[in-house]
Design a protein around this ligand. Structure first.
Ligand code: HMG
Ligand code: MG
Length: 312
């Protein structure tokens, strides 16, 4: 039987509202083997916004040879200019990327650091220190231009080359991102290996280093099926910003073992079931992921999308 909505039962230890930071159009599509047409991407972002998502990461102004799937950022971003009331963050790795983004009127940008040397090299062609040095002028200039700056940090729990990542190592890089002026952080479990105890321990460590929970978002990939459990651990700690990808699209082209992100529909099902407001219409969102799956020619990996779109 297909039911449309979960039955809400509140847990008083959890926040009453969560901001979903939708990454499907960026983290999802950056990993597709085939290039998705620009018009389809624009339609995807519009539908996501129409489903009530207030933050929809749109694309990346990275080197087009490094991520050819998003090489159309210049063509895509202006197609979204009339979308009112929706934040459309974009990734910018360096000053070149920032200039491209600001020239098109981007108001929300994100730099993306790594907690490990191996991934810094693979993803940014830099050491951790060199990458942070590259970001520093980006963050300063972005803030001077009035943009909101997110600092992603990848490999916060485990790294495919280096194994488990000590929390202290992650906290140290987070502190540097905050000190250089990032408004918020997003803790990436890039390869999806974290478990809830690790999440709680890292959040406690960050608080201990003077980084308040209201500046921390979580970004879980679902490789080992832990993303929702990890999200719940973060919510219990007071986190209210959760990254997710419509339909569970995603991965990382420079970390082969990464699968899709936590699916936004699976997240919304849990949050609404817990009586937590998101502003998202689950029916419209699911219809968007079903439509996107048709464009990509394969079914959505999201359990909730499959359940809600199942036809007997
Ligand atoms: P590099 O090869 O070291 O580049 O790449 P460079 O600085 O040596 O510059 C070489 C040439 O590229 C120069 O051109 C630059 O102008 C040009 P030339 O002077 O030789 O003609 N160039 C650019 N062109 C356009 N836009 C730019 C740009 N930058 C340089 N922005 C670089 C260094 C950082 C650019 C490269 O490594 C890169 O683009 N990496 C991006 C990788 C990426 O996007 N990965 C996926 C996103 S991260 C992720 O998914 C994780 C996350 O989801 C969280 C999680 O799950 O953990 C966020
Ligand atoms: Mg990611």
């Amino acid at each position: 039987m297909t039911t449309g909505l979960p039955m809400p039962v509140r847990d008083p230890r959890l926040p009453t509202r969560v901001r979903i930071y939708e990454v499907g159009a960026r983290d999802g599509l950056q990993n597709e083997k085939t290039a998705v047409p620009t018009a389809t991407k624009a339609e995807f972002v519009r539908r996501l916004a129409g489903a009530g998502l207030g933050t929809v990461e749109a694309t990346s102004f990275v080197h087009p040879k490094w991520v050819p799937q998003l090489a159309d950022a210049e063509a895509l971003f202006p197609l979204l200019a009339d979308l009112d009331g929706v934040r459309l963050p974009v990734l910018v790795p360096n000053e070149r990327g920032l200039s491209r983004a600001l020239a098109l009127g981007a108001r929300d940008v994100a730099v993306f650091a790594s907690a490990t040397e191996s991934f810094a090299k693979a993803n940014l062609n830099r050491t951790v220190d060199e990458a942070l040095a590259m970001f520093e002028p980006v963050v300063t200039r972005a803030r001077e231009a009035g943009a909101h700056v997110r600092g992603y940090l990848s490999m916060c729990f485990g790294d495919p080359w280096e194994g488990p990542v000590p929390a202290d190592q992650v906290v140290a890089v987070c502190r540097r991102l905050i000190d250089m002026g990032c408004d918020e952080l997003s803790l990436g479990d890039t390869i999806g290996v974290a478990t809830p105890g690790q999440v709680a321990a890292l959040l406690t460590g960050l608080n201990g280093a003077g980084i308040p929970t209201d500046r921390i978002g979580v970004h879980f990939h679902d490789t080992y099926g832990q993303a929702l459990a990890n999200t719940l651990a973060a919510l219990r700690h007071g986190v209210t910003t959760v990254d997710a990808s419509a339909g569970g699209l995603g991965g990382c082209p420079y970390a082969k073992s990464a699968t899709g992100n936590l699916a936004t529909e699976d997240l919304v099902w849990m949050l609404h079931g817990l009586g937590i407001e998101t502003g998202v219409d689950l029916g419209l969102l699911t219809a968007t992921s079903v439509w996107m799956a048709e464009q990509l020619g394969r079914p959505s990996p999201s359990r909730t999308v499959r359940a809600l779109s199942h036809k007997d």
